[in-house]
Design a protein around this ligand. Structure first.
Ligand code: OAD
Length: 244
């Protein structure tokens, strides 16, 4: 049975599992980032107020790692899918790395921010960065302290209006490599389903999204790279048959 059809409008939600095969640690798996770091210290506005140096150190380490990793099979399969679906493809990522863009994905939003952007705590200007930052960097415009452009716990994710619009219009929603534990992304499957979409979860852990079982139509219990390569291969055959 074909999960994807050429008529589908597809919205994809990706999480840390999609970058796992590139060598970036997930957050909640065994040996994940939240096992070694305290969320309250490095991923909350209060933690940043208490100890901005510690927070900058944490994100500087994440940023440095970006230069050592490459997009994997899952990222490239999603690029292939976008080429075939065009404007019927939309990707929402919770990941703050840049591997989707480096692979070539164009129609995407980073709902939890980006490691290669920083923001002024005074004037809210956003700056792109490539290089290592000085200790506690300051805004070149207003001199206030700069912070990572990352959505911390207790803050509102980016692009929510646009995300809600696409969820209402999609016919197939796919959640890949995310534990479904963080609000509001965890609820996208329910929202898409309530507007009539079919839903697919791709995750090697069959217990993922346990709280949303009734909203899941299909589950592929495989790593993202394998599952997406197979899905895209199957889809490209049906797509080719349709346009021949
Ligand atoms: P999690 O660490 O919570 O979940 C990662 C998921 O990836 C788990 O369900 C794994 O089973 C799955 N996984 C592991 N390897 C995989 C593979 N090769 N292929 C597919 N799946 C695999 O990460 P997220 O759900 O992304 O927020 O976490 C959501 C948010 O929580 C993150 O964006 C981050 C974190 O706090 C911020 O930093 C703002």
């Amino acid at each position: 049975m074909l999960l994807l059809s050429p008529e589908d409008r597809v919205v994809i939600l990706t999480g840390a599992g999609v970058s796992a095969e590139s060598g970036i640690k997930t957050f909640r798996d065994c040996d994940g980032l939240w096992e070694k770091h305290n969320i309250e210290d490095v991923a909350t506005p209060e933690g940043f107020s208490r100890n901005p140096r510690l927070v900058w150190k944490f994100y500087n380490e994440r940023r440095t790692q970006l230069y050592k990793v490459k997009p994997n099979l899952a990222h490239t399969a999603l690029v292939e899918l976008e080429k075939m679906l065009g404007d019927s493809f939309f990707l929402i990522t919770q990941n703050v790395d840049n591997l989707h863009e480096r692979a070539g994905t164009q129609r995407l939003v980073h709902m939890h921010g980006e490691l290669l952007k920083i923001r002024c705590t005074g004037c809210d200007r956003v700056f792109h960065i490539e290089t290592k930052q000085p200790d506690l960097p300051r805004c070149s415009e207003c001199q206030a302290l700069l912070r990572p452009h990352i959505v911390w716990f207790g803050e509102i994710p980016f692009h929510m209006d646009c995300i809600h619009l696409t969820l209402k219009k999609c016919s197939l929603f796919i959640a890949i490599g995310t534990s479904g534990q963080v609000h509001p992304a965890s609820q996208f499957i329910q929202i898409a389903k309530s507007f009539g979409a079919r839903t697919l979860v791709i995750n090697p852990d069959p217990d993922t999204y346990k709280a949303y079982t009734k909203d899941i139509d299909y589950f592929i219990a495989k790593p993202a790279g394998d599952a997406l390569s197979e899905l895209v291969q199957e889809y490209s055959e049906s797509f080719a048959a349709k346009i021949c």
